[in-house]
Design a protein around this ligand. Structure first.
Ligand SMILES: *[C@@H]1O[C@H](CO)[C@@H](O)[C@H](O)[C@H]1NC(C)=O
Ligand SMILES: *[C@@H]1O[C@H](CO)[C@@H](O)[C@H](O)[C@H]1NC(C)=O
Ligand SMILES: *[C@@H]1O[C@H](CO)[C@@H](O)[C@H](O)[C@H]1NC(C)=O
Ligand SMILES: *[C@@H]1O[C@H](CO)[C@@H](O)[C@H](O)[C@H]1NC(C)=O
Ligand SMILES: *[C@@H]1O[C@H](CO)[C@@H](O)[C@H](O)[C@H]1NC(C)=O
Ligand SMILES: *[C@@H]1O[C@H](CO)[C@@H](O)[C@H](O)[C@H]1NC(C)=O
Length: 508
């Protein structure tokens, strides 16, 4: 009897598990079916037979809901397709497979936000979420009338091909799925090209031989361009991957890089891989900081900032000395100058107020207005300091390039031998000291305020406790003072949460 009970319990758990994770058994989506965006809408979705993909609503922070397809068996619920990335809907919006065989997304007030295109004379008989990650509307005979694979957003899945004219648009930021600043297009001329928002092509297969090409993403994880006669023209990715053990996707990320990612399907299959999305070694372009460098546009980062590839092989944007991010939450918007510019009516009088900060292996291509050969570095510094138009000078091989703002195409890379000489206004010691003092003062007053709030609330809790214990004619427990004491001194809120359960526990 002793042994039986836990055994029964375990057996019960085992029985429960497959059903609780998969929702209900797989069914085709019949005409008239619908889903509604609710607080826990991840639970209500149309899943593929294996349960690996699901179609339904995903909540995006507080901003609203996306009608999407996602990897359904990993905690991240990574989105691979969405219908309304530029127009999130709110709670109560619905998607319906209508009686006449169209998928329709309506917002909470019933306004139509998105729908599948008109399917000619043919009518869909049912919808189905397939195990490949493709959601299809099929006719009576099972023929595919519409498929999500033909309307990709930023991601391709194995067996999903990009046809002539097809494009992927990067999301705006990692967690903002709106159309971003980069796209990948399979042009009708047969060239596969990546463009910035300013229409600068920063990567391409340079294969414009004719029409009829297709980008194939096959089941071994290879991605290549083919001619209409089937000849392989250009390998984009040749990272062989076992799709039995790994989930695979190819995504153009918000930073403009087209990457392949894998995720182990089970803990045991993932011995080589962490239980997270890992990037495969080859991605394009191989160095986006260097690839985006054009006479117009800001470069891989915003104006007045510079791009650098980190140890994780990803680009990051930073501000040069004297500049700060325009928007801390969106560093791609670039940087603004923190100091008052040189007075052009008296540049020589102001020269002493400015100094140069060196940035090694750094350049800001395409923004120079003057070039001087056969000069030395010191001449270059002085020349920029005494010229009110000069925002930065770069120096290499006895050549000096003077550049004006806004700075563009900024990049720091070991392959660059230029040294950037950033001109910044000298910091005023008196001003700096005053700033520090006021910062300290506000720090202290914040401490005093939070301290008194904490002290006040703990006294309130003690009074509450005394009130309730007296009502129950119990003795006052000194423990409460011991537990509340650290609260009054702490400069974080943490300990107060300790007190609440103790008090409520005692009152019960
Ligand atoms: C889905 O519908 C198709 C066509 O009617 C049918 O062949 C298939 O068996 C159905 N699948 C399920 C799981 O109902
Ligand atoms: C995403 O970024 C775009 C462009 O800056 C902005 O208009 C939109 O409000 C952002 N969406 C969210 C959910 O923050
Ligand atoms: C978003 O949907 C609303 C209807 O709710 C519509 O009025 C608006 O034009 C749409 N905006 C975009 C960018 O599609
Ligand atoms: C995918 O493409 C590669 C390279 O062309 C080829 O070697 C491999 O056999 C293909 N795999 C499948 C499943 O077609
Ligand atoms: C297929 O098409 C490509 C490009 O048009 C051409 O170079 C190649 O010779 C063709 N191959 C065959 C077998 O026709
Ligand atoms: C520093 O700033 C103070 C206050 O703004 C000003 O009075 C002083 O002249 C400045 N000193 C220099 C060296 O610029």
């Amino acid at each position: 009897m002793n042994l039986q009970l836990p055994y029964c319990f375990c057996f019960f758990l085992l029985l429960q598990l497959p059903f609780s994770t998969n929702g209900q058994a797989y069914k085709n989506v019949s005409l008239g079916s619908s889903l509604t965006a609710t607080a826990a809408s991840g639970d209500l979705s149309w899943t593929s037979p294996s349960g690996e993909f699901a179609f339904g609503f995903q909540q995006v922070g507080d901003a609203g809901y996306l009608l999407a397809i996602w990897f359904n068996k990993i905690p991240e619920r990574t989105i691979v397709w969405s219908a309304n990335r530029n127009n999130l809907t709110q709670r109560g919006s619905t998607v319906q497979l209508t009686a006449d065989g169209q998928l329709v997304l309506n917002d909470q007030s019933g306004t139509r936000i998105w729908t599948t295109p008109y399917l000619g004379g043919s009518r869909a008989a049912y919808g189905a979420m397939l195990d490949t990650g493709n959601f299809v509307l099929a006719g009576q005979a099972g023929d595919k009338l519409w498929q999500s694979f033909d309307q990709p957003t930023d991601t391709l899945l194995p067996t999903q091909n990009l046809n002539s004219g097809g494009e992927l648009i990067a999301p705006y930021l990692e967690k903002n799925y709106s159309d971003g600043r980069f796209k990948l297009i399979l042009q009708r001329d047969g060239n596969l090209v990546m463009y910035t928002a300013a229409s600068n092509a920063y990567w391409s297969t340079q294969s414009s031989i004719g029409i009829g090409y297709q980008l194939i993403f096959n089941q071994s994880g290879y991605m290549y361009l083919v001619a209409s006669n089937g000849t392989i023209l250009n390998q984009v990715f040749s990272n062989p991957v076992s799709l039995q053990d790994l989930y695979l996707r190819a995504t153009i990320d918000y930073d403009g890089v087209f990457r392949q990612y894998v995720y182990p399907k089970t803990a045991s299959s993932g011995r080589r891989w962490a239980r997270a999305w890992s990037t495969l070694p080859k991605f394009v372009p191989s160095n986006i900081c260097l690839a985006i460098s054009f006479p117009s546009g800001s470069g891989a980062c915003g104006f007045n900032s510079y791009c650098k590839i980190g140890d994780d092989q990803r680009p990051s944007c930073s501000c040069p000395p004297g500049y700060t991010f325009l928007d801390q939450n969106d560093v791609t918007k670039g940087c603004i100058q923190m100091f008052i510019s040189q007075d052009c009516s008296h540049p020589s009088q102001e020269t002493d107020s400015f100094e140069i900060e060196d940035m090694l292996n750094t350049n800001f291509p395409h923004t120079d207005y003057e070039i001087f050969g056969s000069v030395d570095e010191d001449w270059c510094r002085q020349s920029c300091l005494s010229d009110c138009y000069c925002a930065v000078a770069t120096f290499m091989d006895r050549t000096c390039w003077k550049k004006r703002g806004p700075l563009a195409n900024g990049v720091t890379d070991p392959g660059i031998s230029d040294k950037a000489l950033m001109k910044v206004r000298k910091r005023n010691r008196t001003e700096e000291l005053a700033q520090k003092k006021s910062a300290k003062k506000s720090d202290r007053s914040a401490l005093i305020i939070s301290g008194s709030v904490l002290l006040g609330s703990s006294i309130f809790l003690i009074v509450l406790y005394v009130f309730f214990t007296n009502r129950q004619k119990q003795k006052l427990n000194l423990n409460v003072f011991l537990y509340t004491y650290p609260v009054a001194k702490a400069d974080e809120c943490g300990p107060i949460y300790l007190v609440l359960p103790i008090i409520s526990g005692m009152m019960c």
